[in-house]
Design a binder for this molecule. Structure first.
Ligand code: HEC
Ligand code: HEC
Length: 639
């Protein structure tokens, strides 16, 4: 009756690292109604959202009772599964309101079906998975009848989240900005997570859910605009949304291999989002200010300058040109290392896209390959590092400033000290002059004046330089933005395989193709792949315990952050230990189902262990797509 039910990720642990404190909610919900005259257009929006919640509540109740009859007759399972599918569609229809106004409820209803560990508040206990995806696992699992009660429980918990969301939406003071927030948020979710099947891996159902998500946004606009659209921009929004619905519905009727997800993005979802942005611009409606990586002024996360390199910077961070150019000089200055032999650029070689070409970075003599008691690891590029909610293979640092201190003081990497470096640089009159120009001379005056060259200023300057190394204009980006000729047919097919059959897009989220979760990109994910000690001849899982060393949770054993795939064609070898030399080898590893698929003991692998069964053409297409993520413009020239 239905296609094979593929789960995105079957393992036990996904780790969320929230980089910023309390950024998760895009400043919206919850203010009590003011006594001013209600705007009828906004009241229609409220009514529409509440009606969507009513429908969802009704579908959850039906799921509850269908699960209750699971054991009764042969039709029971089919009926319960159908009820689940209907409940999910109702969820997608009102997702625009839930994700924007009641994000906790959205997560409770549609969170991933795997335990999560919250780390933003220290060592909090694991968050048990809940919601429709959990119910789905039961209904398509080994023994749905035995799990009937669990399904009913999820349906009821879901209903309580709907009730909470209803309270929030009834009480909030809606503004036109909320209409824009909800539309752009939902379209962004659909064109990043949705296209990759993140919450709905079955391709045909995924497409139906995408259509339903767009219909929700359509309903939002119909409500706000009323019966007759007043302007061309109004009409354009409605037409673009309708066109996107049509495309997804047509895709739902095609076999997976014939689904052109790239076309759905560039001809459906993105044009709809652009029309929404133009509409808002014409009416002078601005999005609510929020603290996400995705800038409010960008129509979609795929636009030029859509991502804000300062999003994860500490309040003290500097970005002015004089500081950045000083930082570039310091990045290449060996006086930062204890014995004066090494600079940042010794390992992050600009001409090699800021990597070193080695499997793992060379430790200083006498320290072997182990870095500061940590296992030696592959040197990542620093291009686009500013866009990551956390740094390093185990996500152990947030601020680039702290990364500078960490590596300068590290016994194996630079074995130096910022204070000693500052003293050395201060003795160099030209260098001291540059510091003075960048930061100003002693600020406080008098005898207690702060010196011109300080460890803190070294940190600020280097971090400012790294933050300036952002490049997001690869052939893929240009193609998404309309120059479709920029992407070859093979790379385009590769995007479709990446987001579809190979399920890469369920961990590597666009547009950086990292584990930072759209649409806000403030939480990063860590996953367990079971990367072996060597490739293709391997013996065991690589000994590096990864995130577990930092977070101390056994679920994190061998867990590493999902890295961005930008410039990956230039940064071989791959993985935290550099075990794989080529992208072809990486694809072969995934094709086998990761470490567990290879028969290695990987207790909590989050990558499904099933084979992908990629054809050789699909593997080649994947590599072509990854190669189309190359852009180092403006970053690699030495000065
Ligand atoms: C000995 C080689 C070496 C030197 C010298 C070095 N790095 Fe690194 N860098 C690495 C390695 C290896 C990692 C990954 C370490 C880990 O994950 O545990 C890394 C990680 C980073 C990251 C995080 C990138 C990411 O994607 O997570 C940044 C940023 C960075 N280095 C900047 C610098 C700066 C700035 C300097 C100079 C102050 C520097 N590095 C010096 C090898 C080096
Ligand atoms: C379950 C989540 C998950 C899925 C699915 C996934 N990846 Fe990854 N990917 C990761 C993680 C985590 C790493 C880092 C592993 C490490 O460093 O040991 C990674 C690393 C990589 C790297 C190496 C990057 C580097 O700089 O070393 C490439 C290339 C890559 N993935 C491509 C893909 C492709 C292509 C697919 C689909 C066939 C895919 N990934 C599917 C999580 C995932």
């Amino acid at each position: 009756m239905r296609g094979p039910h593929q789960r995105a990720r079957r393992g036990a642990a996904t780790v969320s690292v929230a980089a910023l404190v309390a950024v998760a909610t895009a400043g919206c919900a919850g203010r009590p109604a003011m006594p001013d005259v209600p705007d009828p257009a906004l009241e229609r929006v409220r009514t529409t959202a509440l009606a969507g919640l009513d429908t969802l509540e009704g579908r959850l109740a039906r799921l509850d009772s269908a699960a209750g009859r699971l054991a009764a007759d042969a039709e029971g399972l089919a009926a319960a599964q159908a009820a689940l599918i209907e409940a999910r569609l109702a969820y997608k229809r009102v997702e625009y309101a839930l994700e924007t106004f009641a994000p906790t409820a959205a997560r409770g209803l549609n969170g991933p079906p795997i335990p999560e560990v919250e780390e933003d508040e220290g060592d909090r206990p694991m968050r048990e998975p809940e919601g429709l995806q959990v119910a789905e696992e039961h209904l398509w699992g080994d023994d749905p009848v035995a799990d009937a009660e669990a399904v009913r429980r999820e349906a009821r918990i879901g209903a309580s989240y709907v009730a909470r969301a209803r309270q929030v939406i009834e009480a909030m003071r809606l503004t036109p900005s909320h209409v824009l927030d909800a539309a752009r948020t939902e379209l962004a979710i659909l064109m990043t997570l949705g296209l990759g099947g993140f919450d709905s891996p079955d391709p045909a159902r995924n497409q139906r859910e995408l259509a339903e998500g767009v219909r929700g946004v359509r309903a939002l606009f119909s409500a706000y605009l009323g019966e007759v659209p007043a302007t061309d921009a109004d009409t354009a929004v409605l037409r673009r949304l309708d066109a996107a619905v049509t495309l997804h519905e047509a895709a739902a009727r095609r076999p997976d291999a014939a689904m052109d997800r790239f076309a759905l993005l560039v001809h459906g979802l993105r044009p709809a989002a652009l029309a929404v942005a133009r509409w808002a611009g014409g009416r002078g409606i601005a999005p609510s200010p929020d603290l996400s990586l995705w800038r409010g002024r960008a129509a979609t996360p795929y636009e030029v300058d859509a991502l804000d390199p300062a999003a994860f910077a500490p309040p003290t961070a500097r970005a002015d040109t004089a500081v950045v150019t000083l930082g570039r000089a310091l990045f290449q200055d060996p006086r930062l290392s204890g014995d004066g032999t090494r600079s940042c650029a010794s390992c992050h070689v600009p001409e090699r896209a800021f990597t070193d070409g080695l499997a793992v970075a060379l430790g200083l003599p006498g320290r072997g390959r182990a870095a500061g008691g940590r296992p030696a690891r592959n040197t990542p590029t620093v291009i686009n590092a500013a866009l990551q909610p956390a740094q390093l293979h185990d996500s152990r640092l947030v601020y680039l400033e702290d990364q500078v201190t960490d590596v300068v003081h590290d016994a194996a990497e630079m074995r130096g000290s910022l204070e000693v470096a500052a003293a050395r640089l201060a003795a160099d009159a030209a260098m001291a002059g540059r510091f003075a120009r960048a930061f100003g001379r002693a600020a406080t005056g008098g005898a207690s004046a702060e010196p011109t060259v300080t460890g803190e200023r070294i940190r600020l300057a280097i971090a400012a330089y790294v933050r300036s190394l952002v490049a997001l204009d690869a052939p893929f980006d240009r193609a998404v933005r309309g120059d479709t000729a920029a992407l070859g047919a093979d790379a385009r097919e590769g995007f479709n395989v990446f987001m579809g059959k190979a399920r890469c897009g369920s961990c590597h989220f666009p547009p950086t193709f990292s584990g930072a979760v759209p649409p806000r990109y403030v939480r990063g994910e860590t996953e367990v792949l079971g990367v072996p000690d060597a490739w293709p001849r391997f013996r065991r899982v690589d000994a590096d315990s990864g995130r577990a060393r930092v977070a101390g949770n056994p679920l994190h054993l061998h867990g590493f952050r999902t890295p961005a795939l930008r410039n990956v064609a230039l940064t071989a070898p791959y993985m935290h230990n550099g075990a794989m030399r080529t992208l072809e080898e990486v694809v072969a590893f995934y094709d086998r189902g990761g470490g567990a698929g290879l028969g290695l003991a990987v207790p909590h692998q989050t990558l499904p262990a099933d084979r992908l069964r990629l054809t050789s053409g699909e593997s080649r297409a994947l590599v072509a797509f990854l190669t189309a993520l190359t852009d180092t413009a403006g970053t690699t020239a030495r000065r």
